[in-house]
Design a binder for this molecule. Structure first.
Ligand code: 4NP
Length: 149
């Protein structure tokens, strides 16, 4: 299983999702691959946001080796699942591709927690709420591991 986590900047939400799933893959001994990317180029090459790093530090997960990158068409071929944080990410990623085969792999990550409800992980960049983002993504990544392992 190859999974790509996607948000707008690839510095707040998707790095947390990436770090959480990576840690769970390791502790379950799974041979999965996980990465993350942003729909924008705003933070290309940057470390995760300091607040994401600090939130993950509280839970013993170091995400300082991550760097922001932008999602590209080749990611849609390579990954089995492209998990987006909100509806705006969903529309941006869908519009990257005209290929219907790609569309089936693009999913809102919180639909693993609340199927069919199309909920979004709130963007914490301006207003904060990194603890809430962690909690939502911790539950979602548990469900993903249970579903595909
Ligand atoms: P993320 O948060 O999409 O969770 O990484 C954001 C990061 C940067 C910006 C917006 C959201 N920005 O506007 O620069």
């Amino acid at each position: 299983m190859k999974i790509l986590m996607v948000c707008l900047g690839n510095i707040c939400r998707s790095p947390i999702a990436h770090g959480l799933l990576q840690q769970k893959i390791k502790s379950e001994g799974l041979k999965w691959e996980v990465d993350s990317a942003g729909t924008s180029r705003y933070h290309l090459g940057d470390l995760p946001d300091r607040r994401s790093i600090e939130e993950m530090d509280k839970h013993g997960i170091d995400i300082r080796s991550q760097r922001s990158r932008q999602i590209g068409l080749s990611d849609l071929d390579y990954y089995d699942l492209i998990l987006v944080m909100d509806s705006s990410n969903y529309n941006d990623v869908i519009h990257l591709s005209q290929d219907k085969n790609h569309h089936d792999k693009i999913k809102l990550i919180l639909n693993f927690v609340n199927p069919g409800q199309n909920r979004s992980v709130p963007d914490p960049y301006y207003g904060g709420g990194f603890g809430c983002v962690y909690d939502l993504l911790n539950e979602a990544t548990d469900r993903i591991i249970e579903m595909y392992k």
